[in-house]
Design a protein around this ligand. Structure first.
Ligand code: FES
Length: 160
């Protein structure tokens, strides 16, 4: 069930765009922030509001790795292993995250706190190896920095 606050947000976001369909991705992000994933109901509601068939909304979800059709962990680790990150240890960072969290690609810890994904370039190549956790970027990663990040997220819900 989508909240009234979310529906009001949908109205405000759609009003910013000359073409309603241009608001699809922002609407999906707001829906995901509220629900933890993008539900069938959210897809139907967004499609109705921007006046496109639901399949167009589904296609947009398929294109963007930050959009999820199923519940994921509270903290979603997206580790880049594309060229710049690969050359500077991205695969080791991914392996370390996997070992430390006890989960693999596209898996979530049993307590629902952490998810892990291997992703393509995040656009943070200058800070390689890099990863994104929800909307925050972490760069120049080392296994020790990953350990600190996990501990800070567990303790404070946010990391510096
Ligand atoms: S290659 Fe990893 S952020 Fe670009």
């Amino acid at each position: 069930m989508l909240s009234d606050d979310l529906k009001s947000m949908f109205d405000r976001v759609i009003a910013r765009y000359p073409l309603k369909r241009s608001a699809i991705v922002p609407l999906l992000l707001f829906a995901q922030d509220e629900l933890g994933y993008i539900s069938d109901e959210a897809i139907e509601e967004i499609a109705r509001r921007v006046e496109v068939p639901p399949i167009e909304v589904v296609e947009d979800i398929g294109y963007y790795s930050m959009l999820h059709r199923h519940p994921i962990g509270k903290y979603n680790f997206q580790v880049c292993t594309n060229v710049s990150c690969q050359l500077l240890g991205g695969e080791e960072i991914l392996a370390h995250c996997s070992k430390r969290l006890g989960i693999g690609h596209k898996q979530t810890t049993s307590d629902g706190q952490f998810s892990l994904e291997e992703v393509e370039c995040l656009g943070a190549c200058c800070g390689a190896p890099a990863m994104q956790v929800n909307y925050d970027f972490y760069e120049n990663l080392t296994p020790e920095r990953v350990d600190r990040l996990i501990e800070e997220l567990k303790a404070n819900g946010r990391a510096r």
